[in-house]
Design a protein around this ligand. Structure first.
Ligand code: 6GU
Length: 250
């Protein structure tokens, strides 16, 4: 699988893909990641990539020309329909996009080629979203000054879903969000740290009891930190009530 990142700050990506799972997946030849300077697809002496917004207003807008040419050069087409037909995805990173979810990450992991276009916060000519990008994606409800940090997030979330990337010791199946539930809490030695005890059931080695505790703790944590996720869980009345009761206890 290949990722091409189109950006006005290619140096931003210096070593971010040289660590952990992404590094290992690249070393194993499972994925390639390359950042490209958008200015490469300009034709004027000053390599201008932005211009003033029609209708007036503050800030500059990224011009469509260099972005369309970049995608044409990197992916061999410059319309969303042909790109999708070829199994490629062109993702415009913008705060106006649809939310990145584990589901979307899994979808992108099924593509052979993903081109990521980093917008600037002032904006990108809308014709990119209308007819070039197959997807317009945001990583959350807050404002970044550019799409670059979001591109790093997308690559990481997608790479770990590429078959073979996680290795044999871990699996993406029993993780946070794959079930719409947060992960259960983890503890390691020592069993008492600064007066805080590890829950007794985890020290005992009774596997069924441990599994029961983890399920309840995950539900409790989801209710406390992500009531939006909790509301969408398919739970028995009993499990729902248990989580709600336990929360009011501490
Ligand atoms: Cl993808 N870009 C920018 N500029 N801000 C964001 C974002 C993306 N996702 C959340 N905030």
């Amino acid at each position: 699988m290949r990722f091409d990142i189109v950006t006005i700050f290619p140096d931003f990506f210096g070593a971010v893909f040289d660590f952990g799972i992404v590094r290992r997946a690249r070393a194993a030849g499972l994925v390639e990641v390359e950042a490209h300077d958008l200015r490469r697809w300009t034709h004027d002496r000053h390599k201008v990539v932005d211009d003033r917004p029609f209708g007036g207003g503050d800030g500059m807008v990224l011009k469509p020309g260099p972005i369309f040419e970049a995608v044409e050069a990197l992916a061999g087409a410059s319309d969303a329909a042909s790109l999708r037909n070829a199994g490629k995805r062109v993702v415009l990173l913008s705060p106006q996009g649809r939310a990145l979810t584990q589901g979307l990450a899994a979808e992108l992991a099924g593509a052979e080629h993903v081109v990521l276009i980093c917008g600037r916060y002032e904006g990108v000519d809308e014709r990119v979203a209308e007819s070039l990008a197959t997807d317009e994606v945001s990583i959350g409800d807050y404002v970044l000054s550019g799409g670059e940090p979001a591109a790093v997030v997308v690559v990481d979330a997608v790479v770990r879903l590429v078959p073979g990337a996680l290795g044999s010791e871990t699996s993406a199946v029993n993780e946070s969000f794959s079930e719409g539930l947060l992960d259960f809490p983890n503890y390691t030695r020592p069993p008492e740290f600064r007066g805080m005890r590890v829950p007794e059931v985890l020290l005992g080695g009774h596997h069924a009891e441990v599994a029961r505790w983890r399920r309840r703790a995950a539900l409790r944590k989801t209710l406390r930190n992500r009531p939006d996720l909790f509301a969408r869980l398919a739970l028995s009345d009993e499990e729902r009530a248990a989580a709600e009761n336990e929360l009011t206890e501490d």
